[in-house]
Design a protein around this ligand. Structure first.
Ligand code: NDP
Ligand code: 2IT
Length: 445
């Protein structure tokens, strides 16, 4: 494999798809060596077949707002690869959504899902719809219109969507309601469902919990743990919330959360009712974290800035892609940060990751560290198939076991000659080997 040649070809075919090209390059650079050691991969053109999605559905989503005005958004589903199981991956509703972002997310999802050890292929979808400032009724009408197209290509054994940015329990409910009506079956096709209608305990917390469990495993390799550590978190959504809960439970002090408007620094720690307040902020659909500083004395709001300038031992970026750059990484290093675990998908730029590696920090890429969300979606699918539901303890135990196992796979494939664990390399190789082997077994089709 010649990475530069493949990338040049992809850049020509998909000009301007920056995020997608960024995600592909990272994987190719990591797997180049094992790929070249296994000539059967090249013979079967595994890479050429893996970097292009199986299919992409785009559709228009017309909807009517509360004043009677008609709007049209674009809807997408990128079904990337189903070699090891039905397509699986979230839906994102955010004005920044475009094909490049969904292709990067779908591509990452292939390897992430493979790492979970559960039988799930990779997909992603969403819309450029902006939930900010919309009423409940508007959200419902949008979700229903979105599903009027999406239902045609999904199914419990075909493609199982879930949430992502802008899509939580409420949106999953509205979409599932419409799906159920169209198909006439209560078959569990979406995950992240409500507990009363097929959802799994722990799914809301799972991504954040998993991200902290993974960091815990990384810290163990250096004889460390969360107790007494200072943690900086970005975002204030579903993943940030779960990460704050678990980090606090393990004895750490979470000092930041952030939104597109800036970040909150709370020197007393964001715990207890303050973590629950994050849910209120998020549910307000207002896109801001500033009100936290009015609500809790002693907290400070830093407008237009990112949390990576504060002193912390552990950083958990849980907002969005490319939100932590070279300068932020250098700040973290200078301030003595030892561990970075990506709750979001690809939040650290390639330059930032290079700095973490240069300084031999513990760094976990999203496809390993945030796999707990989709893993628990997989557990939701298992429970739906069995028509049973497991206890909190049971789901949490399985989630924890999966995260420990992902860590082991990264150590196996990512340990370098000096003993440093390159988790990027480890996660990419482990995920790739599983999918590539399945593709070889299944033949060219
Ligand atoms: P939510 O919609 O619940 O929250 C996303 C949060 O990030 C919001 O608070 C959002 O604010 C904020 N945000 C967006 N852009 C920025 C920015 N530039 N700076 C700071 N904050 C920002 O989404 P999730 O918590 O579900 O998703 C967060 C990340 O985790 C995404 O990368 C997602 O792909 C990833 N992820 C999610 C999983 C899940 O199960 N939900 C599983 C694995 C990964 P706003 O929306 O107002 O802009
Ligand atoms: O990025 C992700 O892994 C998710 N948004 C969760 C996907 C899922 O199917 O649960």
């Amino acid at each position: 494999m010649n990475v530069e040649k493949i990338m040049a070809n992809l850049e020509k075919k998909h000009p301007g798809e920056v995020e997608y090209l960024q995600a592909v390059r990272e994987v190719l650079e990591s797997i180049e060596e094992v790929y070249n050691q296994n000539p059967q991969f090249e013979q079967a053109k595994i890479i050429e077949r893996l970097v292009e999605p199986d299919r992409i559905l785009t559709f228009k989503v017309p909807w009517v707002d509360d004043k009677g005005e008609v709007h049209v958004n674009i809807g997408y589903r990128v079904q990337f690869n189903n070699a090891i199981g039905p397509y699986k991956g979230g839906l994102r509703f955010h004005p920044s959504v475009n094909l490049s972002i969904l292709k990067f997310l779908g591509f990452e999802q292939i390897f992430k899902n493979a790492l979970t050890t559960l039988p799930m292929g990779g997909a992603k979808g969403g819309s450029d719809f902006d939930p900010k400032g919309k009423s409940n009724a508007e959200i419902m009408r949008f979700c229903q219109s979105f599903m009027l197209e999406l239902w045609k290509i999904i199914g419990p054994e075909t493609d199982v969507p879930a949430g992502d940015i802008g899509v939580g329990g409420r949106e999953i409910g509205y979409m599932y309601g419409m799906y159920k009506k169209l198909v006439g079956e209560h078959n569990g096709v979406l995950t992240g469902k409500g507990l009363n209608w097929g959802g799994s305990l722990i799914r809301p917390e799972a991504t954040g919990y998993g991200c902290v469990y993974f960091a815990q495993e990384m810290l163990k390799t250096r004889g460390l743990d969360f107790k007494g550590k200072t943690v900086a978190i970005s975002g204030f959504g579903n993943v940030a919330w779960g990460a704050a809960l678990k980090a606090t439970e393990l004895g750490a002090k979470v000092v930041t959360i952030s939104g597109p408007d800036g970040y909150i620094y709370d020197k007393d720690g964001i715990s207890g009712e303050k973590i629950e307040y994050m849910l209120e902020l998020r549910a307000s659909n207002n896109d801001i974290v500033k009100p936290y500083a009015y609500e809790f004395k002693g907290a400070e709001f830093y407008e237009g800035r990112r949390p990576w300038e504060v002193k912390c031992d552990i950083a958990l970026p849980c907002a969005t892609q490319n939100e932590l750059d070279e300068k932020d990484a250098q700040n973290l290093v200078n301030n003595g940060c030892i561990c970075i675990s990506e709750g979001a998908n690809m939040p650290c730029t390639p330059e930032a990751v290079e700095i973490f590696h240069k300084h031999k920090l513990l760094f976990a890429p999203g496809k390993a560290a945030n796999a707990g969300g989709v893993a628990t979606s997989g557990l939701e699918m298992s429970q739906n198939s069995m028509k049973m539901s497991w206890s909190r303890e049971e789901v949490d135990r399985r989630l924890h076991e999966i995260m420990v196992n992902i860590h082991k796979q990264c150590v196996k494939y990512g340990t370098e000659s000096d003993g440093y664990i390159n988790y990027v390399k480890g996660a990419n190789i482990a995920g790739f080997m599983k999918v590539a082997q399945a593709m070889l077994d299944l033949g060219v089709y």
